[in-house]
Ligand binder design. Structure first.
Ligand code: UDX
Length: 436
C-alpha cells in the first residue's frame, strides 16, 4: 500500500520506517529540512535503539523516502498524522497548532476513499472535529489510532504492539476505513495482535487514560516512598511484595525521582485541562495530586543531596549520572535528572552532568550546566554522585574502582537500582529514595 506519514519526530520517523518494514511504500513528510536530510541519509535525528539499522535496511529496498513537500502525500491511500502536541506555553492544555496545520496542508492532496489516521495524542473531541473538516470537503475517512510506543523500545512497540485501537465515526467494525487499516497492519494482526474498534472519543480516551494510569502507578509508589522515608521502611521490597499480586503487577512500581519525558507529564495536564472544558474536572482532580507527588520527588532529591553533603551545597562538586528522562533515549524533555541538576546548581553546587547519549540535547536546554561525556573525568574529585538515569553503564559501576576517583564516597541512587549493601561495604555513604 502507498502510505504517507506526516511528522517525522520520535513517533513519525519510527512509524514510517516500520510501515516500510511491513512492505508498504512510504513517504515521510516533515516541515523541518534538517530532519528530512538526516532521515534521507538513513540517520535518525534522535537516538532510538535499532532505528538507524532499520532505516538503512528499508531505504535499500526503495520503499521509504522523506521529503518536506506535502504534495508528495498525493497518491497515498493512508495518511498517518504523527505531529507533536506539546503543552501550551503557560497553560495545561495541548497545543494543537501542528495537528491543525498538518490537516490543512494535507487537504488539497486527499482523494475520495483515502483514510487519514491520527496517531498524535490529542484532547478528546479532536477526531470528531477533524472528521467534519475532512468530510465536508470530500469523501475521505478519519480514523483515530493512538500510539502507545515507549521511547527506547519504539521499533518493537510499533511492529509488535500490545493492541491496536481503531476509532471510527460510527464505532463499527464494518466501517470502510477499518479494513483498509487492517491491510496496513496485516502482518502484526496475523501474528495475533488484538484489535479493538471503538468510536472516535473512546479511542482518544484510551491513550489519555493509559498514560494517566501509568503516571498514577508511578506516583502511587513514590507516595509510598515518602511514607517509607518517614518510617524507615524499604519501598523497593514493598514494591516487590505488592507486585506479586497479579492484580497489581510489578511493572511501573519503581520508586525514584519520578516520571518525565515528552508524554506522561504533558498528557496528564492536557487531560485535566480537557476534562475541565467538558465540565468533568472533578473526575480528574486526583491527577493534580499525581503531578504534585511527582514534582515533589525532585525537591526531595535536592534536600537529600544537601543532607548527604553535611548540610551545605555551596561549592560542593556534584556529579549527575544521567541527563535523559530515561535510559536508551537522548530525550531530555521534562527530564527529572536535568531539573534536579539545575536546582542544585542554583543553590550553589558545582554540578557536572554526564550521559552516554543526551548531552547535546541537555546543553541546548540548560546551557548553564557543565557537561562531561567521559565518565572518569565527570566523577573525578566529586563530593557526591547522583545516579539519576539508570543507564546500564551506571548500574554496572564498581564501587571499589570508583572510590579512588572521587573526593568523598557519597552516592544518591535516584532510581534505586544499585546494591546498597555492596556500596556500603566498599565504604560509601549510600542513600536511596524511600529506603532506609
Ligand atoms: C510513555 C508510555 O509508556 C507510552 O505508552 C506512551 O506512548 C508515551 O509515554 P515514554 O515516555 O517513552 O512512554 O516512557 P516510559 O517508559 O513510560 O517512562 C516514563 C517515565 O516514567 C520515565 O521518566 C521513567 O523513568 C519513569 N518511570 C517509569 C518511573 O519513574 N518508574 C517506573 O516504574 C516506570
Amino acid at each position: 500500500m502507498r502510505i504517507s506519514v506526516i511528522g517525522c519526530g520520535y513517533l513519525g520517523a519510527v512509524h514510517a520506517a516500520c510501515m516500510a518494514k511491513l512492505g508498504h511504500h512510504v513517504v515521510g513528510i516533515d516541515v523541518d529540512p534538517k530532519k528530512i536530510s538526516a532521515l534521507s541519509s538513513a540517520k535518525a535525528p534522535f537516538y532510538e535503539p535499532g532505528l538507524d539499522e532499520l532505516l538503512r535496511e528499508v531505504q535499500a529496498t526503495g520503499r521509504l523516502s522523506f521529503t518536506s513537500e506535502m504534495s508528495k502525500a498525493a497518491g497515498s491511500t493512508v495518511h498517518f498524522v504523527c505531529v507533536g502536541t506539546p503543552q501550551k506555553r503557560g497553560e495545561n492544555g495541548a497545543d494543537m497548532t501542528y495537528v491543525d496545520a498538518a490537516i490543512d496542508s494535507l487537504l488539497p492532496y486527499l482523494e475520495p476513499g483515502n483514510v487519514v489516521v491520527g496517531k498524535s495524542t490529542v484532547p478528546v473531541g479532536t477526531a470528531a472535529r477533524l472528521a467534519s473538516v475532512i468530510g465536508e470537503q470530500l469523501d475521505a475517512h478519519l480514523l483515530w489510532n493512538p500510539e502507545f510506543l515507549r521511547e527506547g523500545h519504539a521499533v518493537s512497540d510499533t511492529l509488535n504492539p500490545d493492541r491496536f485501537v481503531y476509532g471510527v465515526s460510527d464505532g463499527s467494525e464494518e466501517h470502510e476505513a477499518v479494513s483498509i487499516l487492517d491491510d496496513v497492519y496485516a502482518q502484526p494482526l496475523a501474528e495475533g495482535t488484538p484489535r479493538l474498534v471503538t468510536d472516535h472519543a473512546t479511542a482518544e480516551l484510551v491513550k489519555a487514560a493509559a498514560n494517566s494510569f501509568l503516571a498514577t502507578k508511578i506516583s502511587f509508589i513514590n507516595a509510598m516512598a515518602e511514607v517509607c522515608e518517614a518510617t524507615g521502611a524499604d519501598v523497593t521490597r514493598l514494591a516487590d511484595a505488592l507486585g506479586m499480586d497479579d492484580r497489581i503487577g510489578r511493572k511501573f512500581l519503581n520508586a525514584g525521582i519520578g516520571f518525565g519525558g515528552g508524554c506522561l507529564p504533558k498528557d496528564i495536564r492536557a487531560f485535566m485541562a480537557r476534562a475541565g472544558e467538558l465540565g468533568a474536572d472533578q473526575a480528574l482532580t486526583f491527577l493534580r495530586e499525581v503531578d504534585a507527588i511527582n514534582m515533589r520527588r525532585r525537591t526531595r532529591v535536592v534536600e537529600l543531596t544537601r543532607e548527604l553533603c553535611d548540610g551545605i551545597l555551596l561549592g560542593k562538586r556534584i556529579t549527575v549520572l544521567g541527563a535523559a528522562f530515561k535510559p536508551e533515549s537522548d530525550d531530555v524533555r521534562d527530564s527529572p535528572a536535568l531539573s534536579i541538576a539545575a536546582q542544585l546548581q542554583l543553590q550553589g553546587a558545582v554540578v557536572t552532568v554526564t550521559d552516554p547519549k543526551a548531552l547535546s540535547n541537555a546543553a541546548k536546554r540548560f546551557p548553564e550546566l557543565q557537561y562531561e561525556r567521559a565518565l572518569e573525568i565527570a566523577v573525578s574529585r566529586s563530593d557526591a554522585l547522583l545516579l539519576l538515569t539508570e543507564w546500564q553503564e551506571y548500574r554496572d559501576l564498581d564501587p571499589y574502582e570508583l572510590a579512588g576517583a572521587v573526593s568523598s564516597q557519597r552516592i544518591l541512587d535516584g532510581r534505586n537500582v544499585l546494591d546498597a549493601a555492596k556500596w556500603r561495604a566498599a565504604g560509601w555513604t549510600y542513600r536511596g529514595l524511600g529506603r532506609p
